[in-house]
Design a protein around this ligand. Structure first.
Ligand code: ADE
Ligand code: ZN
Length: 395
């Protein structure tokens, strides 16, 4: 289910409240928001778990984080759209940034996707993709994201005649600069757009394979209705043979969602499921996912709630309680009230009554299922453990 527009805080008070909390937290603990997590460990403070809301916000702000479910094109803020349109000589159908943001109203996946794809028309050059990726990585680094795996949708860019080397080249250059200057590491996941033809997805994969060293995996996104994962069985097999990892969206409350989850797990042997909240409705699939060690990249602002018999249920809480390996992610923050990972976690903490230990567990799940070498993983986990210990939180 798509969360109603008011929740995204384009005008909503809940969002404004969270932002004020964050600003206060940043002023109370400037190091927590401005410096890499390494600096946090030196902060002199009694090791006491957060007891009140403001301290919880500080704890979340400083928490070393990883993010695996963020669509780069979904981080394209309205301000950047105007700047890129100007640079590329394009006219946008909105008077200003505020008018554009007011147009971000959607009620389900297709109505969201229409706005999302319209928005990315301004991305044309290598520099545009650099600016997009560097912009996201800068925000993520400022929120103590140590490591990110980012989705992109090449078919949509190839359609407009943008060469794949401009797309992958710009993002790769930004990744390198962000690693050097900001200390954030990242990798790239190519998504097949499931509502376009299988041929179009294969063309995109073939165009990208010469650059496979700049990719870590392939995923599957866009409109799920009538587009089951098996439509891309051949693509996943080819990508896997090329050494790439495999993940796929099973958006919440989609038609045949449990069948899609089963196919993804059993037939396509996915390593992760993006969203996947409806799995809590099938104890058998929960047991299967656990036995396979599948990671779930949950995006609570977008789809953390699913409907069961007409009643909303909190998928994140149920997934955690079921013992699934859940991480929390921001999905398309530019279209969701510009809430990046820290704001998403603050909201999730309140909505799902997450304890400090559960927040640490979520990040442990994330680092634990990242597609990175063991030494890099061990380094991140050590930083997470040290952070938890510095707050007296059992890790
Ligand atoms: N493309 C961008 N965000 C998406 C989402 N949450 N689900 C499917 N396709 C997407
Ligand atoms: Zn997504």
């Amino acid at each position: 289910m798509i969360v109603p527009e008011g929740l995204f805080g384009t005008t909503g008070t809940a969002y404004m409240f969270d932002r004020r909390q964050l600003i206060r937290a940043a002023m109370a603990a400037p190091l927590a928001c401005a410096l890499p997590a390494r600096a946090l460990l030196t902060e002199a403070r009694a090791a006491t778990p957060p007891q009140d809301e403001a301290t919880m916000v500080r704890f979340i702000a400083g928490l070393p984080k990883a993010e695996f479910h963020v669509h780069l094109e979904g981080t394209l803020e309205a301000e950047m759209k105007f700047a890129l349109a100007r640079r590329n000589g394009l006219k946008l159908p909105y008077a200003d940034v505020a008018a554009m943001k007011r147009s971000y109203i959607y009620h389900d996946l297709p109505s969201f996707l229409k706005i999302y794809y319209d928005g990315m028309q301004v991305l044309l050059t290598e520099q545009d993709f650099y600016d997009l990726a560097y912009g996201y990585l800068g925000k993520a680094a400022s929120q103590n994201v140590l490591y990110a795996e980012m989705f992109f949708d090449p078919q949509e860019h190839l359609k407009r005649g943008v060469p794949i080397e401009a797309v992958i080249g710009g993002i790769t250059r930004a990744r390198g600069d962000a690693a050097k200057r900001l200390g954030i590491e990242s990798q790239l996941i190519l998504c097949f757009m499931r509502d376009l033809s299988a041929e179009s997805a294969m063309e995109a994969l073939d165009a990208a394979l010469p650059y496979k060293d700049q990719l870590v995996g392939v995923g599957l996104d866009s409109d799920e209705k009538g587009n089951p994962p098996e439509k891309f069985a051949e693509h996943f097999a080819k990508a896997r043979a090329a050494g790439l990892h495999v993940t796929m969206h099973c958006d919440v409350n989609q038609e045949n969602t449990l069948d899609h989850i089963r196919t993804a797990l059993v037939d396509l042997k996915t390593e992760r499921i993006d969203h996947g909240g409806n799995i809590v409705q099938s104890p058998e699939l929960v047991a299967l996912a656990k036995s396979l060690g599948i990671a779930f990249t949950v995006c609570p602002t977008f789809s953390g709630r699913v409907m069961e018999g007409g009643q909303p249920i909190n998928a994140l809480r149920k997934m955690l309680d079921a013992g699934l390996k859940v991480s929390v992610n921001s999905d398309d923050p530019a279209y969701m009230g510009s809430e990046y990972i820290t704001q998403v976690l603050i909201r999730a903490q309140k909505d799902s009554a997450l304890t400090p230990a559960e927040l640490v567990r979520i990040e442990r799940n994330a680092f634990g299922t990242a597609w990175i070498p063991p030494a890099q993983r061990d380094g991140y986990l050590a930083r997470l453990t040290a952070y938890a210990e510095s707050w007296g939180v059992a890790a």
